[in-house]
Design a protein around this ligand. Structure first.
Ligand code: 5GP
Ligand code: ZN
Length: 124
Protein backbone atom coordinates (compact mmCIF):
# COMPACT_ATOMS: atom_id res chain seq x y z
CA UNK A 1 0.00 0.00 0.00
CA UNK A 2 1.41 3.41 -0.92
CA UNK A 3 1.20 6.55 1.16
CA UNK A 4 0.79 10.01 -0.40
CA UNK A 5 2.67 12.68 1.50
CA UNK A 6 2.56 16.46 1.45
CA UNK A 7 5.74 17.72 -0.18
CA UNK A 8 5.91 14.62 -2.39
CA UNK A 9 7.11 14.88 -6.01
CA UNK A 10 5.54 12.01 -8.00
CA UNK A 11 8.42 12.04 -10.51
CA UNK A 12 11.17 11.84 -7.87
CA UNK A 13 12.97 8.50 -7.32
CA UNK A 14 13.47 9.03 -3.57
CA UNK A 15 9.87 10.23 -3.08
CA UNK A 16 8.84 6.95 -4.72
CA UNK A 17 11.11 5.07 -2.30
CA UNK A 18 9.54 6.91 0.67
CA UNK A 19 6.07 6.02 -0.69
CA UNK A 20 7.16 2.34 -1.11
CA UNK A 21 6.47 2.54 -4.85
CA UNK A 22 10.09 1.40 -5.29
CA UNK A 23 11.49 -1.13 -2.79
CA UNK A 24 14.47 -0.34 -0.56
CA UNK A 25 16.22 -1.80 2.46
CA UNK A 26 15.12 0.32 5.42
CA UNK A 27 17.63 1.49 8.03
CA UNK A 28 15.33 3.87 9.92
CA UNK A 29 12.01 5.64 9.57
CA UNK A 30 10.05 8.20 11.54
CA UNK A 31 7.56 10.94 10.61
CA UNK A 32 10.25 13.22 9.16
CA UNK A 33 13.09 11.01 7.88
CA UNK A 34 13.77 7.84 5.97
CA UNK A 35 17.13 6.04 5.84
CA UNK A 36 17.92 3.13 3.50
CA UNK A 37 20.85 1.19 2.09
CA UNK A 38 22.48 2.61 -1.05
CA UNK A 39 21.90 0.26 -4.00
CA UNK A 40 25.60 0.57 -5.03
CA UNK A 41 27.57 0.73 -1.76
CA UNK A 42 31.11 2.14 -1.77
CA UNK A 43 31.93 1.04 1.75
CA UNK A 44 31.01 -1.85 4.10
CA UNK A 45 28.39 0.50 5.60
CA UNK A 46 26.70 2.84 3.09
CA UNK A 47 23.23 4.20 3.60
CA UNK A 48 21.34 7.35 2.67
CA UNK A 49 19.37 9.61 5.01
CA UNK A 50 16.64 11.76 3.49
CA UNK A 51 13.87 14.04 4.69
CA UNK A 52 10.51 12.55 3.62
CA UNK A 53 9.53 16.01 2.42
CA UNK A 54 10.79 16.64 -1.14
CA UNK A 55 13.65 19.14 -0.90
CA UNK A 56 15.71 19.05 -4.10
CA UNK A 57 19.19 19.76 -2.69
CA UNK A 58 21.32 21.63 -0.15
CA UNK A 59 20.98 24.64 -2.49
CA UNK A 60 17.30 24.77 -1.44
CA UNK A 61 18.01 24.90 2.32
CA UNK A 62 17.19 28.10 4.18
CA UNK A 63 16.63 29.24 7.77
CA UNK A 64 13.17 27.65 7.75
CA UNK A 65 14.88 24.25 7.56
CA UNK A 66 17.12 24.75 10.61
CA UNK A 67 15.06 22.49 12.88
CA UNK A 68 14.75 19.70 10.32
CA UNK A 69 18.45 19.84 9.46
CA UNK A 70 19.45 19.86 13.12
CA UNK A 71 17.33 16.80 13.84
CA UNK A 72 18.78 15.03 10.80
CA UNK A 73 22.37 15.76 11.92
CA UNK A 74 21.60 14.48 15.42
CA UNK A 75 20.10 11.27 13.99
CA UNK A 76 23.04 10.37 11.72
CA UNK A 77 25.65 9.37 14.37
CA UNK A 78 23.08 7.13 16.05
CA UNK A 79 22.28 5.38 12.76
CA UNK A 80 25.99 5.06 11.88
CA UNK A 81 26.59 3.23 15.14
CA UNK A 82 23.46 1.09 14.70
CA UNK A 83 24.58 0.06 11.19
CA UNK A 84 28.00 -1.09 12.36
CA UNK A 85 30.36 1.86 11.98
CA UNK A 86 33.14 1.43 14.54
CA UNK A 87 33.50 4.02 17.31
CA UNK A 88 35.36 7.31 16.88
CA UNK A 89 38.31 7.93 16.60
CA UNK A 90 39.62 4.62 15.17
CA UNK A 91 36.35 3.95 13.37
CA UNK A 92 34.04 6.80 12.44
CA UNK A 93 32.17 7.48 9.22
CA UNK A 94 32.06 9.79 6.21
CA UNK A 95 29.09 12.12 5.73
CA UNK A 96 28.65 13.40 2.17
CA UNK A 97 26.05 15.34 0.22
CA UNK A 98 26.42 16.15 -3.47
CA UNK A 99 24.71 19.33 -4.65
CA UNK A 100 23.90 20.10 -8.29
CA UNK A 101 25.47 18.72 -11.46
CA UNK A 102 28.96 20.10 -10.72
CA UNK A 103 28.64 18.79 -7.17
CA UNK A 104 28.02 15.30 -8.54
CA UNK A 105 24.33 15.07 -7.55
CA UNK A 106 22.43 12.42 -9.52
CA UNK A 107 19.20 12.16 -7.53
CA UNK A 108 17.59 15.54 -6.90
CA UNK A 109 16.05 14.82 -3.50
CA UNK A 110 18.27 15.95 -0.63
CA UNK A 111 20.23 13.01 0.77
CA UNK A 112 23.21 12.45 3.01
CA UNK A 113 25.48 9.50 2.28
CA UNK A 114 26.77 7.83 5.46
CA UNK A 115 29.74 5.54 4.81
CA UNK A 116 31.91 3.60 7.19
CA UNK A 117 33.42 0.30 8.18
CA UNK A 118 36.89 -1.17 7.76
CA UNK A 119 39.14 0.05 4.89
CA UNK A 120 39.76 -0.35 2.00
CA UNK A 121 36.55 0.92 0.43
CA UNK A 122 35.51 0.60 -3.20
CA UNK A 123 35.75 4.40 -3.61
CA UNK A 124 36.66 7.44 -1.54
P1 5GP B 1 24.08 11.20 -5.62
O1 5GP B 1 25.04 10.91 -6.73
O2 5GP B 1 22.83 11.89 -6.11
O3 5GP B 1 24.70 11.87 -4.44
O4 5GP B 1 23.70 9.78 -5.02
C1 5GP B 1 22.61 9.04 -5.41
C2 5GP B 1 22.79 7.68 -4.77
O5 5GP B 1 21.56 6.99 -4.85
C3 5GP B 1 23.85 6.80 -5.45
O6 5GP B 1 24.86 6.44 -4.51
C4 5GP B 1 23.07 5.60 -5.95
O7 5GP B 1 23.76 4.38 -5.82
C5 5GP B 1 21.81 5.63 -5.08
N1 5GP B 1 20.64 5.11 -5.76
C6 5GP B 1 20.21 5.42 -7.01
N2 5GP B 1 19.07 4.77 -7.30
C7 5GP B 1 18.77 4.04 -6.19
C8 5GP B 1 17.69 3.15 -5.88
O8 5GP B 1 16.78 2.90 -6.66
N3 5GP B 1 17.72 2.58 -4.64
C9 5GP B 1 18.70 2.83 -3.74
N4 5GP B 1 18.63 2.20 -2.55
N5 5GP B 1 19.73 3.67 -4.00
C10 5GP B 1 19.75 4.26 -5.21
ZN1 ZN C 1 11.67 13.66 -3.75
Amino acid sequence: MSVELAGHDPDCLFCKIVARKIPSKTVFEDEEFYAFHDIHPWAPVHFLVIPKQHIASMAHIGPEHAGLMGRMMALIPKLAQQEGCNPYPDGGFRLLTNTGAEGGQEVHHLHFHVMGGPRPWLRG
